[in-house]
Design a protein around this ligand. Structure first.
Ligand code: FUB
Ligand code: ZN
Length: 636
């Protein structure tokens, strides 16, 4: 693994990986000027990042570092993995600085890096809890104490900062800690300790550190940790994915964030090793997740107990745990799977997770967050400005900051377009030619996408035809129909000798789709979820006053029509339809159970109402009220 002289701000650097089809495009090569992502990214930069820095200060997370360096005399505060919130914030700020000139943000980054660096121990160890009278407890309980989870987030922040700014300041700190880890843990025959952290994260970070520094020992260390897990070293529980070795796993089990972070790191390792058994296991788990254990929102981890995956089909709506971090982990995992073989199903799921899994975790004003993302609520689940355990907020921030890096890839054959949004990209092909792309579209509100290509010579433009676009996708090149296949769930490859100003026009019809769940998902039986394009919809009380969403039934022939509303929730398409409301007969006022007397216990009062659905990503941004994703459908 050789290292580049001039780092480029790529999120995951597979450019020298032997077992990936796709190579990254730097964040700075892509500029989003659309009405959907650009405002959100602007809010992330100007509101979320400064407000999160304030939270890091007021919650004493930065003080924890000052305490270690002797600048403050105070006790450690908060959960044991609190340092990671500083690291994730640093990563978000670094990706932001890759394309924004912001002196104030640079100043805050500088403060944070100084505090982190000053807290590092002479042997490279870095964790703000295990110092002073707790120093002897270092590495005494890898299962629970998150020391390497901390190291992983430090490392990811450091790689981002290095790639975004060219500065080695944070990278050197991370390398010292990683060196300490490499010296301490490893195969018994090397006289090292065989152990593994209870929370995966360090694996993917070490692979990326190897890619950033060219030092392959970090990749080997990550491989060691993946190989050790699953053999009972930390107790053998599914919660930590320690019950079965990776290569034998077939189902997604245990703590959801840990599980997807694990698979993300394993995919990174596959990209370097090409070990088929690892890829087979990842494919089996992906299949299990997607066909048995994932919400229609793409949220994962259905259990409050242990923040864990449930059994097959165990997908309760109101008690859905679906942590925001798990959705982010799913984006990261699918991004790597996509790089491995360019299969559109991974890009589809990445897109689904971005819109319907991650974005609901953030308020439209960029200052409040969901930890859990239920699919039904009585109005009491509200976003919070911060949490004692605040893993999700800075995780959302770092993903939004790095988002342009997920839009495109390059391969030997050409350019891959995974995501659609108005904007430009200046992409270097592998032979050094620079190609400019201009996307013109109102996606995700409209499926008409125009890509103007400025560049010469022959190469392929691969355009994702999303799996949700089941019928009618069409593609034109300079006004003439494209003759190759335009199949949902694949990439259409337009290969030609390009001339400046060539235009490819992709049309992705966006009919409103009513989705039913597998009959064994008990909570969704007889119900449908409503989707348009990549977006999942829900009904919220604020748009539907005067009736209880639980009493709504869609007529069998119901048809929703979209309407773009500039004035609502930052501008979005609502869906409208007529629906029936069956008010509960009065005799249900008291009992919870009774002997059956007839359908629903008497003749319900039925009336017709106008029903308005909004994108699920925008729910809970107005006054509290009921929200529901799954709606009863007559005759289902
Ligand atoms: O344990 C660290 C983080 O806190 C996990 O990833 C989240 O699920 C939360 O428990
Ligand atoms: Zn979280």
């Amino acid at each position: 693994m050789a290292v580049t002289q001039q780092p480029e701000p790529v999120v995951v650097d597979t450019s020298r990986s032997q077992h990936t089809q796709l190579q990254p495009v730097p964040i700075t090569a892509v500029s989003l000027t659309d009405q959907f992502w650009a405002p959100r990214r602007h809010t992330n930069h100007t509101v979320t990042l400064p407000s999160q820095f304030q939270q890091l200060e007021s919650s004493h997370r930065l003080d924890n570092f000052r305490r270690v360096s002797g600048k403050l005399d105070r006790p450690f505060e908060g959960p044991i993995f609190n340092d990671t919130d500083v690291y994730k914030w640093l990563e978000a700020a670094a990706w932001t600085l890759a394309s924004e000139n912001d002196r104030e943000l640079e100043r805050l980054v500088d403060i944070a890096i100084t505090e982190v660096g000053d807290a590092q121990q002479p042997d490279g160890y870095l964790h703000t809890y295990f110092v002073g009278d707790k120093a002897h407890e270092r590495w005494t309980n890898l299962r629970d104490l998150h020391e390497m989870y901390n190291a992983g987030h430090l490392t990811q922040a450091a790689v981002a900062h290095y790639r975004a700014t060219g500065s080695r300041r944070l990278l050197d700190i991370a390398c010292r800690f990683a060196d300490h880890i490499c010296d301490t843990f490893g195969p018994e025959e090397e006289g090292k300790r065989v152990d593994v952290d209870g929370h995966e994260e360090v694996e993917m970070a070490l692979v990326e550190l190897a890619r950033a520094t060219g030092n392959d020992k970090y990749r080997k260390q990550a491989q060691f940790f993946v190989d050790v897990r699953g053999r009972g070293v930390i107790g053998g529980r599914p919660y930590h994915q320690d019950h079965t070795p990776l290569r034998e796993l077939s189902t997604m089990d245990g703590h959801a964030v840990r599980a997807v972070y694990y698979n993300t790191g394993a995919a990174d390792l596959y990209a370097e090793s090409g070990e088929q058994a690892v890829r087979d296991a990842l494919n089996r788990m992906w299949h299990n997740m997607v066909t048995r254990r994932m919400y229609v929102s793409s949220g994962i981890g259905s259990r409050y107990d242990w923040e864990a995956f449930g059994k097959d089909f165990e997908l309760p709506n109101e008690r859905a745990y679906t942590e925001t971090c798990a959705a982010i982990g799913n984006v990261m995992w699918n991004w790597r799977m996509l790089a491995i073989d360019g299969d559109a199903r991974f890009a589809d799921l990445m897109e689904q997770s971005l819109y319907n899994g991650v974005l609901p975790g953030l308020s439209l004003d960029g200052q409040e967050y969901f930890y859990q993302n239920p699919l039904e609520d009585d109005g009491t689940h509200r976003r919070q400005p911060w949490f004692g355990c605040a893993c999700c907020p800075p995780n959302v921030a770092r993903l939004l900051a790095s988002l342009p890096g997920y839009f495109y890839n390059v391969s030997d054959a050409g350019i891959w377009v995974h995501l659609y949004a108005e904007g430009q990209a200046e992409i270097k092909l592998q032979d050094g030619r620079t190609i400019r792309l201009q996307q013109r579209t109102r996606y995700p509100w409209d499926g008409a996408i125009e890509v103007e290509v400025t560049g010469e010579g022959t190469f392929s433009l691969f355009l994702r035809i999303p799996g949700w676009c089941e019928e009618g996708a069409t593609l034109e090149v300079n006004g003439s129909p494209y003759e190759g296949p335009v199949e949902p769930g694949t990439y259409a490859e337009v290969r030609r000798e390009w001339r400046p100003g060539d235009v490819v026009r992709l049309t992705l019809p966006m009919p409103v789709r009513q989705i039913e769940a597998h009959p064994y998902v008990a909570e969704d039986r007889g119900r449908v979820a409503v989707m348009r394009g990549p977006l999942l919809y829900c009904i919220e009380q604020a748009d539907n006053p005067g009736f209880d969403p639980r009493d709504v039934t869609l007529p069998a022939d119901s048809a929703f029509s979209p309407e773009f509303r500039d004035d609502l929730l930052g501008g979005l398409s609502v869906l409208r339809t007529r629906a029936k409301v069956q008010e509960l007969p009065a005799e249900w006022a008291k009992p919870l159970y009774r002997t059956v007397k007839g359908p629903r216990g008497g003749k319900p009062q039925e009336r017709e109402v106008d029903l308005v659905a909004i994108p699920y990503l925008a729910w809970a941004n107005r006054e509290p009220g009921r929200m529901q994703v799954w709606l009863r459908l007559e005759g289902l």
